[in-house]
Design a protein around this ligand. Structure first.
Ligand code: SF4
Ligand code: SF4
Length: 350
């Protein structure tokens, strides 16, 4: 049993979280807000049978963490919700979409079930050095769906000696978030990372980042692209751009890992920054995380549309550092205006 009743009982049912949960904002359905989900986890811990409504409630949490930041009782709802998902998966109780996503990953090593070469975007294979101090962990989305960003990010990082894993696998994030065991992928990626001799892994995906940081080896230094670039931005020969952008904080970089200041430092070295209406720790979720985009696409896109209402007037781009956020914001109407931080920096290099 993954469910910790002591932790669940810390919830005093005050409902503060109702006012911030992005899912409740769209559905208005009590059991699809944080408090309702906590009540369901309590029920499950006491033997409640999970029907499809219970599954929908638990699986529509994006794990955005804004409830955690606002809970006066110190409850960490996404942690409890993920534990409930693990319990249910352990009993074989999953939705069709959860089963399809996990099947894709277990069969192909990526979230798309794509049998193609993960490094198809890499034209110059001589850059794939066997030994290096740091590794660029690309992630499924940038490898298969945003490979131009992968190529530009690697071009930046290889200036600093980074290499790639010869046969990178999904980091395991979608499995961990939706309740499945990801140790097979963790072990395989770790084996390859160790093989390069690197102690540092750099990634441009917020989902990969939080998983590499929390589910891999404690000996590994894990850096996000904003952290790495903030450290090295003045070593790049930049020509500042005469544009204004806004920054969308991915939940798993911002609230979950407190990376707020570094992406802003990078942007301000390149161009003008105008903040979103809700930003930093108050940033609204794009709706794409926690398996919600793959399981509940309409709901996910409604959240992304609402996030776009926070974009200030007069900006040229919405910059972020997570390909899942980019996909959801693009599909919800931002189109080509949603770009990666690494793409912004690459376009400013002389
Ligand atoms: S804010 Fe915290 S204590 Fe209040 S209902 Fe939500 S989870 Fe429970
Ligand atoms: S993590 Fe986000 S989506 Fe999940 S219950 Fe909390 S506020 Fe709602």
């Amino acid at each position: 049993m993954n469910l910790d009743l002591k932790e669940i009982n810390r919830c005093v049912r005050c409902g503060t979280c109702r006012s911030v949960c992005p899912v409740f904002e769209e559905s208005g359905w009590e059991s699809a807000n944080t408090r309702g989900r906590i009540l369901l986890t309590r029920g499950l811990a006491r033997g409640l049978k999970a029907d499809s409504e219970v599954l929908d409630s638990l699986n529509t949490c994006t794990t955005c963490g804004i409830c955690t930041d606002n809970c006066p009782a110190g409850v960490n709802p996404p942690q409890l919700i993920e534990a409930a998902r693990r319990d249910l998966v352990g009993q074989g109780i999953v939705t069709r979409e959860q089963a399809a996503l996990s099947r894709n990953i277990f069969e192909s090593g990526n979230t798309f079930g794509d049998p193609g070469d993960r490094l198809a975007w890499l034209r110059d294979r001589s850059l794939l050095r066997e030994k290096a101090d740091c590794v660029y962990f690309v992630g499924c989305m940038n490898s298969y769906r945003r490979s131009d960003t992968a190529a530009r990010t690697f071009a930046l990082l290889s200036r600093f000696g980074a290499t790639l894993l010869p046969a990178e696998q999904c980091c395991g994030s979608p499995l961990v978030r939706t309740g499945f065991d990801a140790h097979r992928f963790v072990d395989e990626n770790l084996r390859q990372i160790k093989g390069t001799g690197a102690n540092t892994v750099i990634t441009g995906c917020a989902g990969c980042y939080t998983t590499l940081k929390n589910n891999y080896s404690a000996d590994l230094e894990v850096l996000s692209i904003p952290e790495f670039l903030a450290e090295h931005i003045f070593e790049l020969d930049l020509e500042p751009l005469d544009i204004t952008v806004t920054y969308h904080d991915p939940c798993h970089l911002g609230r979950h890992n407190k990376i707020y200041e570094q992406p802003r430092r990078v942007i301000e070295a390149v161009c003008n920054l105008k903040e979103m209406k809700a930003s930093g720790k108050d940033a609204r979720c794009c709706g794409g995380g926690g398996g919600v985009r793959s399981g509940y696409k309409d709901l996910s896109l409604r959240m992304a549309k609402r996030r776009l209402q926070d974009v200030p007037e007069g900006v040229d781009y919405i910059v972020t550092s997570c390909p899942l956020c980019i996909r959801n914001l693009s599909d919800a109407g931002a189109g080509e205006k949603a770009i990666d931080l690494a793409d912004l920096v690459a376009s400013a290099i002389r």
